[in-house]
Write a protein that binds this ligand. Structure first.
Ligand code: ASP
Length: 325
């Protein structure tokens, strides 16, 4: 009896130690970072760069899982219902703020169903054409679109993706509707743009800077009012008669609702260290993007930003009458 109780005491003590160990985040288990778009695309590239640095600070392996489709909403939904133990996070973009207005059956609330971790980077967008598209510059592109609209197709990463929103803005600015082709991300869309299966696409510079520099795609305009520092030779939309166009894509990290506050704080601290890391800042700069500052890589900053962006985009999308089921 004495012997038995000493065994059970030992088991109790061992299991208490095990529990303490298991609770010490991150422990030995890897963190799964869900990217809601295809591998090799812009969200994926930013995610891989930032998590490589974060994992050193967090002392945990961070693995990327690409869950593309439906403009990023499938991956986001997966994280909203994942275990809230800090071993699953989401790395998304502006789509978190546009999805609530675009999707009638979204299945999650970006502000209510996630813990905010922090912002990661801002990325500009460029309107690109297939290399063999006849117009050499934007001045030639406009009349070409006017007379060939029914034969031109714009690629995007699904409803609510950055490329979709950017394409909508472009088509409404020029008053012409083109055919659209949705992909699971702009990595596969870019392959088809280069192959000529589609003619035009808006994309983040983080995805297309190599192809622009190599001359395998034609960059027509930067989708903003000022030129992009890393691509000074691409004219800004405002210089080409499209003054209202201003598309700035932002990436951020989220954890499922209920992820313990100390775990979110550890994730956010690792994110803050990563965005301030000179190699990450330089990498973003080279790709035409800008890393967030540490004060933006925080839960409070992201909550404020996400809520402002939802308030900004919801009326625009409602007025445009665009939606998906
Ligand atoms: N660039 C994509 C978009 O249009 C997202 C991606 O593939 O990462 O939203």
């Amino acid at each position: 009896m004495k012997f038995l109780s000493s065994i059970s005491m030992t088991i109790l003590a061992a299991s208490a130690a095990f529990t303490t160990c298991a609770q010490e985040y991150p422990g030995n288990a890897p963190v799964m970072a869900v990217v809601p778009f295809a591998a090799g695309g812009p969200t994926d590239k930013v995610a891989r760069e930032v998590t490589a640095i974060m994992s050193k600070h967090l002392k945990a392996q961070i693995v990327i899982e690409n869950v593309g489709g439906a403009g990023g909403t499938i991956g986001a939904r997966k994280v909203a219902s994942a275990r809230n133990d800090g071993h699953t996070v989401l790395i998304h973009h502006i789509g978190m703020s546009t999805a609530p207005a675009l999707y009638r059956k979204l299945g999650f609330d970006p502000l209510e169903d996630f813990e905010m971790v922090g912002e990661i980077a801002d990325v500009p967008m460029v309107l690109l054409g297939n290399k063999n598209l006849p117009p050499q510059d934007f001045k030639e592109l406009l009349p070409y679109i006017q007379s060939n609209a029914s034969n031109l197709f714009m690629a995007n990463a699904g409803i609510g993706s950055a490329s979709h929103l950017c394409g909508l803005l472009f088509m409404s600015a020029i008053g012409k509707q083109l055919g659209t082709v949705p992909y699971k991300g702009t990595a596969p869309a870019l392959t088809d743009l280069i192959g000529g299966q589609v003619n035009l696409m808006c994309d983040q510079t983080t995805n297309v800077s190599g192809q622009i520099k190599a001359g395998v795609v034609k960059p027509y305009i930067a989708m903003q009012s000022a030129r992009i520092d890393a691509f000074r030779d691409i004219p800004a939309a405002s210089e080409q008669g499209l003054p209202g166009i201003e598309v700035k894509i932002w990436h951020a990290m989220y954890a499922p609702k209920g992820t313990p506050a100390d775990v979110v704080a550890k994730l956010s601290a690792a994110l803050q260290a990563a965005v301030e890391d000179p190699s990450f800042r330089k990498k973003m700069e080279d790709l035409g993007a800008q890393a967030a500052t540490a004060d933006r890589a925080t839960p409070s900053s992201l909550r404020k930003h996400l809520s402002n962006e939802i308030n900004k985009w919801t009326p625009v999308i409602r007025a445009a009458g665009v939606y998906a089921d």
